[in-house]
Design a protein around this ligand. Structure first.
Ligand code: PMP
Length: 367
């Protein structure tokens, strides 16, 4: 069995499991209780993890808000910024993850105007179009860092500078970028919010973070999604899941330590994979995202004349891959459709996504 669906989720790192187990068993206090040792130890675990997550993207730990994952984070930023600013316009792209698109859908039903930027054949947005869409009433621009189906990356630096010049807040869903590119928010100071999930970088499912760059409790530009208690600077209520948070912290520390090496491994694996696919299938396949700017480790292959669902099902005993997003797998890819592909060819595309921690034996199983 080879697992080639790491963009859907990753296998949790053993060190992360060990730390989560230890915390589950030994540190059962509520991190928001006071004075006694169990609570103090739980609080220390949470704050250590906050520093580890902050360090992964180079921000101040006070700007890290733990969530249940990127879906919650994206909901929180989009709804929270619109509500807090009182403005009525948001800009996003046609190729965002469903957690952004469905939230925009919801917001538009509530009377918010949503502009969806188009992408070209290479998945790139037009920066002039972005600039001209921004008006006095624009609360937020939300554009993903890397696409979950194609791996294509956006020019986050330039986009954030446009937003800064036009005085509008900028959010990027970095779920597919973490662990595959260097994210340094200290040099990208115009990025206001990023969101991600731990399970995409060898951490546990069900935990993630919203990062608020330049966090300032006196200038809160976001309304909580989950009202509750004092937790997370009053930005996200609910008892903190200490073991989950220990999990994301440990995963973030490992991710940061291995980042440069893992990027190189992913690039190499990708070359080997494409070579093997070409050798085995020749002209019967087409690699769709080879000559675009993208994160390493996500390869889109079109098997000409073969329906992707039939193919994935028939190989599922030995190879785990997918036709795109697991979160909206009931319909053909909206991403390739936005890039101008015909429905017939979209139904022949599969996504192969690699892990730097797996040994694929040069993909011999493909024969
Ligand atoms: N954004 C992107 C780009 C994703 O790939 C995913 C996960 N498929 C999400 C958001 C949502 O993450 P989660 O399901 O962990 O909430």
């Amino acid at each position: 069995m080879i697992y080639l669906d790491n963009a859907a989720t990753t296998r949790i790192h053993q060190e992360v499991i060990d730390e989560m187990n230890r915390v589950l068993v030994e540190i059962y206090g509520n991190p928001n209780s006071l004075y006694y040792e169990q609570a103090v130890r739980a609080r220390a675990i949470v704050e250590k993890a906050r520093s580890e997550v902050a360090s992964l993207v180079n921000v101040n730990p006070s700007g890290v808000i733990f969530t249940s994952g990127a879906t919650e984070g994206n909901n929180m930023v989009l709804k929270g910024v619109l509500e807090r600013t009182g403005k009525t316009h948001i800009i996003t792209t046609e190729v965002e993850h469903s957690s952004v698109l469905e939230t925009c859908n919801y917001l538009s039903r509530k009377g918010i105007r949503v502009s969806y930027l188009k992408v070209d054949k290479n998945g790139a947005i037009n920066l002039d179009a972005l600039e001209s869409e921004i008006t006095e009433d624009t609360a937020l621009v939300s554009i993903m860092w890397a696409n979950n189906e194609t791996g294509i990356v956006n020019n986050i630096k330039t986009i954030s500078e446009i937003c800064e010049r036009k005085k509008v807040l900028f959010h990027t869903d970095a779920t597919q970028a973490i662990g595959k590119v260097l994210i340094d928010l200290s040099v990208l100071s115009k990025v206001d919010f990023i969101t991600f999930s731990a399970h995409k970088f060898y951490g546990p499912k069900g935990v993630g973070a919203v990062i608020i760059n330049h966090f300032n409790p006196l200038d809160m530009r976001i309304e909580p999604l989950i009202h509750g208690g004092d937790q997370e600077n009053k930005l996200r209520g609910g008892t903190l899941p200490t073991h989950q948070i220990a999990g994301i912290g440990t995963a973030a520390r490992i991710c940061k330590g291995n980042l440069a090496k893992n990027i190189e491994i992913l690039k190499l694996l990708e070359i080997q994979l494409i070579e093997k696919l070409r050798k085995t299938y020749g002209g019967n396949i087409e690699i769709l995202n080879e000559h675009v700017l993208k994160v390493p480790g996500i390869v889109s292959v079109r098997f000409k004349g073969i329906n992707n669902q039939v193919l994935l099902k028939s190989i599922s005993d030995s190879i785990c891959a997918s036709s795109g997003s697991a979160c909206s797998n009931s319909k053909p890819s909206h991403v390739y459709s936005a890039m101008g592909y015909e429905l017939d060819s979209i139904k022949e595309i599969i996504r192969i996504s690699l892990s730097p921690y797996d040994d694929y034996n040069k993909f011999d199983d493909f024969e």
